[in-house]
Design a protein around this ligand. Structure first.
Ligand SMILES: *Cc1c(COP(=O)(O)O)cnc(C)c1O
Length: 363
């Protein structure tokens, strides 16, 4: 009846684990014996409140989030966090330091400039954002309110492989495209945010992991929906949340635990990316990787071919083999393979084999 499911390399909204989609379909008409679909269930019901609590705890267990942190599920995408972070934590008279490693980092920086004083601690824009700056290249302001980084640069395909030391201030990170892809020392961060639609579930939910220390610093005078402390106090149920998205995230987190958690997922993600980068390294004149080797992303693999005609042909031929979502972002061009947690290893094996074959025909 339905066509075969595609091998989905979309950057976001991205592939979801098949067992999650199947369970959502299974439970769609009757959520946990309530006689109602989750789509028709009150966010004030016992069933939904316990789902919220369970989801926060699943995040804490999977990521090893220490005591003294809350997990919030907010709205407005990662993009609203670009504004909400400075509105809460960049007071008048202080400076926030931004490290700009790609388009989303730049957007975050620009929004912060609408709110207060910003210092550019490093940017890789000149080289086309092909790499992550080294610690010794970071030039912080004397006493920043916080330092902001983007751990995985979805468009250009670079990723931080170390946690930068800050001059004694909180580190804030946009982890939209690599949250839950590898173990992480959450204690090194004051605030982490991530739009759900890359690695956690459908669009419409933004996860925020925030320390109690940061929560205590929220200033008076902000509108309710923009207050992290109010959202925390209300267990992210201050207003009506995207209930179906949260339900799906709950299923995705359980699926991640079933895969063996973040240690197992990191290993799998390394194998998946390795298959593709090995093809790039074998034919570097044909498959021209965008990222420098030590800054390569395990989530988004970006490369150009010798001509735009070949790139168009590559996409068309890959489409015939049931692979979709491979077109690069317009700012980089070429090809981007997004291979978040839910991309099975077979998908990367199929793409690597296709790339070998395409090189033999056209290289
Ligand atoms: C996708 C993405 C965003 C934007 O997310 P929205 O939820 O669409 O606002 C921000 N930052 C990064 C790193 C992303 O990958």
């Amino acid at each position: 009846m339905t066509a075969e499911r595609a091998i989905n390399f979309n950057p976001g909204p991205a592939a979801l684990p098949l067992p999650v989609l199947e369970q959502a379909r299974e439970e769609l008409l009757n959520f946990k014996g309530t006689g109602l679909s989750i789509l028709e269930t009150s966010h004030r019901s016992k069933a939904f409140e316990s789902l919220m609590l369970e989801t926060e705890n699943l995040m804490k267990d999977l990521m090893g989030i220490p005591d003294g942190y809350r997990v919030l599920f907010l709205q407005g995408g990662a993009s609203l966090q670009f504004a909400q972070v400075p509105m809460n934590f960049l007071p008048a008279g202080k400076t926030a330091d931004y490290i700009v490693t790609g388009g989303f980092a730049e957007k975050a920086c620009k929004d912060a400039m609408q709110v207060g004083r910003v210092h550019l601690a490093a940017t890789t824009k000149d080289g086309g954002h092909r790499r992550i700056p080294r610690q010794e290249e970071l030039r912080f302001s004397p006493s920043p309110a916080y330092v902001h980084i983007t751990t995985n640069n979805t468009i250009v395909g670079t990723q931080w492989h170390y946690i930068p030391a800050t001059p004694g201030c909180p580190l804030v990170a946009d982890m939209s495209s690599d949250i839950l892809s590898r173990p992480l020392d959450v204690a090194a961060f004051g605030l982490i945010y991530a739009g759900a639609q890359k690695n956690m579930g459908p669009s419409g939910v933004t996860a925020v992991i925030i320390s109690e220390e940061m929560l205590a610093r929220v200033p008076q005078g902000l509108p309710s929906m923009l207050r992290y402390d109010l959202q925390a106090k209300n267990n992210s149920l201050y207003n009506t949340p995207p209930t179906f998205g949260l339900y799906t995230i709950n299923l995705v987190l359980k699926w991640m635990a079933d895969q063996g958690g973040l240690i197992a997922l990191e290993e799998l993600n390394g194998r998946k990316a390795g298959r593709l980068y090995r093809v790039l390294d074998r034919y570097p004149d044909f498959y021209r990787g965008h990222a420098e080797e030590d800054s390569r992303s395990l989530m988004n693999i970006t490369f150009r071919l010798p001509s735009e005609e070949l790139e168009a042909l590559f996409l068309a031929e890959a489409g015939k083999e049931n692979m979709t979502g491979l077109k690069g972002h317009r700012s980089v061009g070429g090809i981007r393979a997004s291979i978040y947690n839910a991309m099975p290893e077979e998908g990367c094996r199929a793409l690597a084999a296709f790339m070998e074959g395409f090189y033999r025909k056209k290289g």
